[in-house]
Every structure is written in C-alpha cells, then in structure tokens.
Design a protein around this ligand. Structure first.
Ligand code: ZN
Length: 67
C-alpha cells in the first residue's frame, strides 16, 4: 500500500460506506475530520483538501489488467 493521497487521484471506498471520513493529506497538517456523504452520486470531493472519494466495488470484482 502507498499513501499517495492528495495527488488528484480518487480514493476508492467500499460501496457499503454511506459516508467517508477525511482528515486531510498524510502529512501532519491535514484538516479537521469531516464526514463526506455519498448522496446520489458515487463520488464526493472533500471541500477542505480536495481529495476525491469514489465508491468502488471491492468484493466480487476482480479487475484484470488487460494487456
Ligand atoms: Zn480532506
């Protein structure tokens, strides 16, 4: 696992999660913890740090790198 967050790429979360908690980047600064709710969309963006979170299936889905 890498901690490459805040680089403009969305972080995948389980579709089972209705909310996601964001506390900012992996540095010491970050921001106060906020809970982002997936309303009618599968992607939310943190209004503090701009991190994007996307609901993505992680179980039963086996993404294969098609060459
Ligand atoms: Zn954030």
């Amino acid at each position: 696992m890498n901690n490459a967050m805040g680089t403009g790429q969305a972080t995948n979360v389980s579709p089972d999660q209705a909310t996601v908690c964001c506390r900012g980047a992996s540095n010491a600064l970050g921001h106060p913890a906020v809970y982002l709710t997936f309303a009618e969309q599968s992607t939310v963006q943190c209004y503090y740090c701009g991190c994007k979170y996307t609901q993505a299936p992680t179980d039963g889905d086996n993404p294969q790198a098609a060459e």
